[in-house]
Design a protein around this ligand. Structure first.
Ligand SMILES: *Cc1c(COP(=O)(O)O)cnc(C)c1O
Length: 496
């Protein structure tokens, strides 16, 4: 690698001069613009991890290589090996290409590094975070006394929920041991709940998975049966039920109203994981999917999913603020450096932000929400969600009308599960088919196991996943399914 003296930084000079900086920023913005507005290039470069790593610096360089080296890297290795989330044939994971408002906020955040913990250190950031939290409490129809916190993602929200539930149980059952408490989660619950359960000290047998029924939401009969099984065990009781609004495998929604009744009945904390589906709040057409969410003791929502914001941008909501305080209150006398003022003129602002989150440093992600709200409004964000769900519906319809394919279920939201018919019962081969498709990058799909068998999974989040490209999805998958190596499956096809 070469660099001229003027681009490299002198040892005693950390930053570029203004003109050089402007030039670098201009180039960066132009690249960002290309990435956003020219999504039709390749889905991904063809290099594997070892090949990409061979193009990166082997170790932390001793000396500056210069800003031009950064630009060469950005326009080369970085750009050429991206997974292009905006490509019309990208139906991958839940992470969408961020909207423009998100990019603008990220640039402002990147330039300022604003804190959200203490008003004195971040006056506008703390104020915006609080304002955005108030907006969400109103949007989700939360009652007086409710509260929320920004978190670094759904997994942190899940952990916060279980800590709150545990603290309440311990407070209500001062004479009992937590080993008697049981957690009930859906079969399709996100894996972060099992991890969070371990973190709060639950043993494996204290976590019960509740079967999901035909519509792939939590089966209420199974839930009642699990509760009965728990209460049959001497001394045991359910301390928390976790429902899902927008499940990771199939995008299905639990019946929150019934879960609320059942949780009340057994005095359990009800938490709803709306990491994915909480965005339905923006759409009058899909809002019914999260009806009654405000009655849950807590719920979580990730704007870094179906709000098209960059991660992290996630929130945790609690119906009664005191539970959050009980769970995460800090002894700030140990952090006297944060509380310098002799008198506090912004009484309700600074400390509050610190006492109710697991993390001390959090990204100022409320700025992304604020900018998106200003740029698109509820209607614009809602429209985008409707568009994504309509594409999913259209894809499901094509699958259903195509004799080559089988549809798992009619999509509730933006996720479609399907497979070529002859692969039913041949999970290993179907996984292999998915890998072939992913490796050649003509289309990007994930796969998932539901109900004990494997399905291809198309997640519609890109504004470029338009109808014109959908037929092409099925033809490409069919091409791969007809490879010679899968010939032995052909006779297996079930014509119904
Ligand atoms: C993505 C997701 C999570 C995890 O959120 P992270 O921000 O990735 O930690 C949890 N639950 C559901 C339903 C999700 O979709």
């Amino acid at each position: 690698m070469s660099c001229s003296r003027s681009q490299a930084l002198a040892a005693n000079e950390f930053e570029l001069h203004r003109e050089e900086a402007r030039n670098a920023l201009d180039q960066t913005i132009r690249l960002a613009e290309d990435l956003i507005f020219d999504p039709d290039g390749s889905l991904r470069g063809s290099k594997n991890e070892a090949q990409i790593r061979s193009l990166l610096l082997k170790s932390f360089p001793n000396e500056s290589l210069g800003v031009n080296e950064v630009m060469t890297f950005a326009n080369g290795v970085f750009k050429d090996n991206l997974r292009n989330y905006r490509h019309p044939l990208h139906f991958g994971h839940q992470r969408p290409g961020p909207c423009l408002a998100s990019l603008i906020a990220d640039i402002l955040n990147g330039a300022t590094n604003a804190t959200v913990s203490v008003f004195e250190a971040g006056p506008v950031s703390v104020s915006i975070e609080k304002t955005v939290q108030d907006w969400f409490l109103e949007l989700f129809s939360m009652q007086e006394g409710s509260a929320s916190t920004f978190t670094n993602g759904g997994s942190e929200s899940a952990l916060t929920a279980l800590i709150c539930a545990k603290r309440r149980w311990l407070a209500e059952n001062p004479d009992r041991d937590f080993s008697e408490a049981r957690l009930l989660i859906g079969e399709d619950a996100h894996y972060c709940f099992v991890r969070a359960a371990r973190v709060i000290g639950l043993r494996e047998e204290q976590v019960h998975r509740v079967w999901c029924g035909k519509q792939h939401d939590m089966c209420i009969r199974a839930l009642e049966a699990e509760i009965e099984a728990v209460t049959d065990q001497k001394g045991a009781s359910v301390f928390c039920i976790v429902g899902t609004a927008g499940s990771t495998p199939a995008g299905t929604f639990d019946d929150i109203k019934i879960q609320r009744w059942i949780a009340d009945d057994c005095k359990a904390w009800l938490h709803i994981d709306a990491s994915h589906g909480g965005a339905a709040v923006f759409s009058s057409e899909y809002k019914h999917l999260i009806e009654d969410i405000e009655t849950a003791d807590s719920f979580q929502f990730n704007p870094h999913k179906m709000m098209w914001l960059s991660p992290p941008c996630a929130l945790f909501f609690v119906k009664e603020r005191r539970h959050l305080e009980l769970a995460l209150a800090n002894d700030l006398s140990q952090a006297s450096y944060l509380l310098n003022r002799a008198s506090n003129e912004h009484e309700d602002l600074p400390d509050e932000n610190l006492e109710v989150t697991l993390a001390c440093t959090r990204q100022f992600s409320a700025l992304k929400v604020y900018c998106a709200a200003v740029m698109y409004g509820i209607r614009g964000i809602g429209q985008r969600i409707v568009n994504a769900c309509k594409i999913a519906e259209k894809l499901a319809e094509l699958v259903d009308n195509d004799p080559r394919f089988e549809l798992f279920m009619s999509p509730a939201f933006n996720i479609v599960l399907f497979r070529p018919k002859q692969f039913a019962g041949y999970d290993k081969e179907l996984r292999c088919l998915r890998d072939d498709i992913a490796n050649e990058n003509r289309i990007y799909l994930t796969g998932t196991e539901v109900d004990g068998s494997y399905w291809l999974r198309a997640q519609c989040t890109s504004e470029n996943n338009d109808e014109a490209h959908l037929a092409c999805v099925l033809d490409i998958v069919s091409d791969y399914a007809n490879q010679e190596k899968f010939n032995n499956l052909r006779g297996q096809e079930v014509f119904t």
